[in-house]
Design a protein around this ligand. Sequence first.
Ligand code: SF4
Length: 317
Amino acid sequence: MLDVAKALNDERGKASIHPCHVNRASEIGHPCLEYLRLARVAWDKRLAPDPVLASIFYEGRLTERDAVAMLNTLGFDVFEQQRSGVIKGRNNEPLVTWHLDWRMRAKDNGEVVAVEHKRLSPFVWPKLDTPEDFFNSDRVHVRKWPAQLQVYLLGAENEKGLMLLRNAWTGVYKQIDFQLDYAYAEGLLKKAEQVNAAVEAEQPLPKLEEAAACFRCDFRHVCAPAIMGDALVVGSDDFESWLVKQDGLKAAIAETGAAEIEKEKKALDDRIKAYIAANGGRVITKSYLAELKATNRKATPATSYDRLVVQKVNEDG
Ligand code: SF4
């Protein structure tokens, strides 16, 4: 039988890491200064998105094209798609590069707005209704977006912008309007200067050390922040594949309840536990944090055992 699904998944799941020698608008809003430095000096060590996340990004690009085609059909004037530029500092040094999705002109009054298109999980989409909601999000990548848009507005000399948010489940859109905030944008440029200086001096910058950010950080294995605990080990690709398989087996058990799949999962669980135990009790991979947690069994006499806890750490927004 032709494995059509595999062919599509393999193509959609391709991910590559690109060299990064300047600060990028899409990153400059990251709340961790050390992350911004590592994005420059350790770009080749960045964890690539796993195939599922790469496929989600692919979907984002598709839906963006779909939105532009529809706006064109509706008669909107869409222009400067994928225009890029660089904001330079006092000595002509590059501070931040930017790459906007598109600009468009309103039909009625000719007003020009810069547009950033985002496709969001149906869990995050309802939580974003005002510019403040982005800053207060528990997802670090969402907190970066207002900065991205502000750099576009500054770079393209455009006073108005909007975040066009598509619900990944329903395809329904909403927009959040933004105004160029010079003070905030200036602060971003100062941050870029600080990163440039640290890169030049080969000196680290302060670490954020925030669980929500660090456990999903593409540089967690390079940075190894104290918040992750001393015993944290980065698991091998093989170990990651066991966890992916475990997810598949869980889904198959939920669907079929088949005893032989239960047995296969039990054997896999034991292998995963042994690996974690041999690696200090906590192992992180591209997509998972797997731990053994001492747990008391409510029985007489009381006993304790190591419970396997696996959580996804690399999620879509
Ligand atoms: S792991 Fe945490 S502290 Fe380290 S670079 Fe990433 S966000 Fe910053």
